[in-house]
Design a protein around this ligand. Structure first.
Ligand code: AQP
Length: 333
């Protein structure tokens, strides 16, 4: 019998994958493929919670799949699929929304951030119910562990609450998942505002490094990164920009913060920024090259997502059948 624990995660195709997504999510996923049953989605249903250009979205979904493969996700070990290809995500999301509370959803930091400065009348309901869909994604596969960046911890807490609430009201149904948050580089912040998280949908392209940025672009963006008016490479009050660059260097080289402080003692920010760019370029260059190779091979990409959807649908259909029975729906003949 298969005793491996199940892991589920995904990234929204709402821009080009950043080094935040890479360090906080995708790179860790590749290391888990050997030891867990892994399902990794491209969460297109989530992406439309903010307005998308349909032509670009379709293209980006394929680009994301090519990127997943380029980063080392292996379809013979992991199930790779588009969320919209498994209709049970939307179905379970509806069922869970009936046991979710307005109050708990209103407290979600991501919802508050994304709706800041907007009038209620202009806020999409999908943005509000997003965490319920995320809970459905996870519970549909009875995931034991969910590898996410620290920014998603609150959503995962809600998922746990919904699982427990459902189990309590309707009888044991869902595995209550645990977050799996990497220690290093768990939250990479914006290069233009170190107090904000780095996001792929940020309008300022200089605020993020994308996984497929060319080396000269990476260097230029790091050189422009906002720091403080000092010159010492070390952590401290008001030095969030430098600390973020140290986190990035640490995530890309394995060096500790102490190692980095020691190495750059007496050197200025200019040298340090170039060194950060260099280690990022070194790791990402082969990823970018593989990405363009995969992108050219449309038949292969199609075979990967077709098989992924079949495998995911098999599990999802079993779960939704049980859920519907627990809810009291008549069995479909
Ligand atoms: N800056 C970050 N640092 C560490 N981890 C991050 N993640 C995202 N940004 C960072 C992790 O990436 C995974 C997928 O995220 P997502 O695309 O589903 O949604 P998100 O968290 O909203 O990511 P973005 O880049 O900020 O997207 P947009 O701009 O569309 O909102 C998650 O595991 C997340 O923790």
């Amino acid at each position: 019998m298969d005793k491996k624990k199940t892991i589920l995660s995904g990234v929204q195709p709402s821009g080009v994958m950043t080094i935040g997504n890479y360090i906080g999510a995708v790179r860790n996923w590749t290391q888990m493929q050997e030891d867990y049953n892994c399902l990794y989605m491209i969460v297109d249903l989530h992406a439309i919670t903010v307005r998308q250009d349909p032509v670009k979205l379709r293209q980006r979904c394929m680009e994301f799949l090519a990127l997943y493969l380029a980063c080392g996700l292996d379809p013979s070990k992991s199930t790779l699929f588009f969320q919209s290809h498994v209709h049970q995500h939307a179905e379970l999301s509806w069922a869970l929304s009936t046991i979710s509370y307005m109050g708990e959803l209103s407290r979600m930091t991501q919802f508050k951030d994304k709706t800041k400065n907007k009038q209620d009348a202009n806020i999409g309901v999908g943005l509000f119910t997003y965490p319920v869909l995320m809970a459905a994604d996870i519970l549909l596969y009875q995931a034991d562990l969910v590898p996410v960046g620290i920014d998603q911890k609150q959503h995962l807490e809600l998922t746990r609450n919904l699982a427990e609430r459902f189990n309590h009201q309707f009888g044991d149904m869902f595995t209550v998942p645990e977050p799996y948050i990497p220690k290093i580089g768990a939250k990479i912040t914006s290069l233009s505002d170190p107090l904000k998280k780095m996001s792929k949908s940020d309008e300022n392209v200089n605020s993020f490094i994308s996984v497929i940025d060319e080396p000269d672009v990476i260097l230029r963006k790091f050189k422009r990164a906002v720091t403080d008016s000092g010159s010492e490479v070390k952590r401290g009050e008001g030095k969030e920009g430098i600390e973020n660059l140290m986190s990035i260097m640490s995530a890309f080289t394995g060096k500790t913060f102490e190692d980095i402080e020691g190495e750059f003692q007496g050197k200025g920010y200019g040298d340090f920024k170039c060194a950060v760019a260099e280690c990022v370029i070194d790791e990402l260059t082969p990823v970018r090259e593989r990405y363009y190779d995969y992108l050219k091979n449309k038949d292969y990409l199609q075979s990967v997502y077709k098989e992924g959807a079949e495998r995911a649908s098999y599990i999802a259909s079993k779960t939704i059948k049980k859920v519907y029975r627990k809810l009291g729906f008549v069995d479909k003949l």
